[in-house]
Design a protein around this ligand. Structure first.
Ligand SMILES: Nc1ncnc2c1ncn2[C@@H]1O[C@H](COP(=O)(O)OP(=O)(O)OC[C@H]2O[C@@H]([n+]3cccc(C(=O)O)c3)[C@H](O)[C@@H]2O)[C@@H](O)[C@H]1O
Ligand SMILES: Nc1ncnc2c1ncn2[C@@H]1O[C@H](COP(=O)(O)OP(=O)(O)OP(=O)(O)O)[C@@H](O)[C@H]1O
Ligand SMILES: [Mg+2]
Length: 277
């Protein structure tokens, strides 16, 4: 185990780290996955939003390796609620990888939506989702024009909790890191040479100023990942999960509730069954 990966998540309630050999196989598997999706689509490459967060950074590192830096296009899309530091980190990632990137200010676009429904604009979740969905539209604008696919950056932890915006950051063609818990995304990132400050950064959807994932979800990612791995994905009962982790029954119940409540986000929009005999 390399020094970097040993340091990561040492104090996690459940150590979900992959071995060096598993890490290498996982990376190769994801690289092949990205190439296959691009090839199957008959696309020339891929476009993705760069936020300066670890999920888009990890996805960009993987895609640049899979497709070559000349076939990856990054779009940095600041709004007034984004921290400047995150936007400059996003540019730093694009520059480190040597990929083409654009910076598109989305505040004026979002303002058009806010003017249409001023009261809704005061609702931080509704307004925050406008920023997220606007980025989705721009991603597909570029993809249509350049014959690219849109790369998603969702991980398994977010997918299971429905911690994403329907038809926003979920509106993508594939999620290369979609099978990795957040803890594993950090580990894979560190192993690919992503700078430590980006690996350790506090995750944020940045839908409003000061938002953090862990505050909104009421649990840190390491604990959340442990509950997901043992109970939601795994075979342990609620009682056994509580016995094995430093979590309360109500915390486990909250995770299960978020999982169940977000089922609609992981499915195609339903329609009534056919009445044809
Ligand atoms: N049972 C059901 N069956 C079918 N549709 C259902 C439904 N329940 C709600 N809906 C629909 O879903 C809508 C709510 O879903 P949605 O619009 O997505 O909005 P919602 O889930 O309320 O908000 C998005 C959540 O994801 C988080 N997020 C978003 C984006 C990025 C990140 C990040 O980590 O970077 C995190 C964000 O912080 C927030 O907690 C409802 O307004 C309704 O239209
Ligand atoms: N300001 C932004 N500019 C461009 N893309 C963005 C921006 N904000 C969010 N995105 C896109 O939406 C995705 C979802 O955001 P999310 O916060 O879940 O991931 P992240 O920022 O990469 O990592 P973290 O969850 O650790 O903050 C990002 O990975 C990125 O592709
Ligand atoms: Mg983020």
């Amino acid at each position: 185990m390399s020094e970097e990966t040993t340091v990561l998540s040492q104090s996690a309630p459940l150590d979900l780290r992959l071995s060096d050999e598993e890490l290498e196989r996982t990376r190769d598997h994801i690289l092949q996955f990205i190439r296959d999706v691009v090839d199957d689509a008959g696309a020339e490459g891929a476009v993705l939003g760069l936020s300066g967060g670890i999920d888009s950074t990890a996805t960009a590192y993987l895609a640049a390796e899979a497709l070559g830096e000349e076939n990856l296009h990054g779009v940095v899309m600041p709004s007034e609620v984004n921290a400047e530091e995150n936007m400059s980190d996003a540019e730093r990632v694009a520059q480190a990888l040597g990929i083409e990137y654009d910076v598109v200010e989305i505040q004026p676009i979002a303002e058009q939506f806010f003017e249409a429904f001023p009261e809704a604009a005061d609702d931080k979740r509704a307004a925050g989702n406008v920023y997220v969905r606007t980025r989705g539209i721009l991603g597909y604008f570029v993809a249509n024009y350049e014959n690219n696919i849109v790369l998603g950056t969702g991980n398994r932890s977010e997918a299971l909790l429905g911690y994403f915006t329907k038809f926003g950051d979920q509106a993508v063609d594939c999620n290369p890191i979609g099978n990795l818990y957040k803890q594993q995304v950090r580990q894979l990132s560190a192993s690919m040479g992503v700078p430590d400050d980006l690996v350790a950064k506090t995750p944020s959807a940045e839908m409003w100023a000061g938002q953090t994932d862990e505050q909104e979800m009421g649990m840190d990612y390491d604990t959340l990942d442990a509950v997901l791995a043992l109970h939601v994905d795994g075979p342990l009962s609620k009682a056994a999960t509580v016995r094995n982790l430093d979590v309360s029954e109500s915390q486990v119940e909250r995770v299960v509730e978020l999982y169940k409540r977000s089922e609609h986000k992981r499915r195609m929009p339903p329609a009534p069954e056919s009445l044809r005999p």
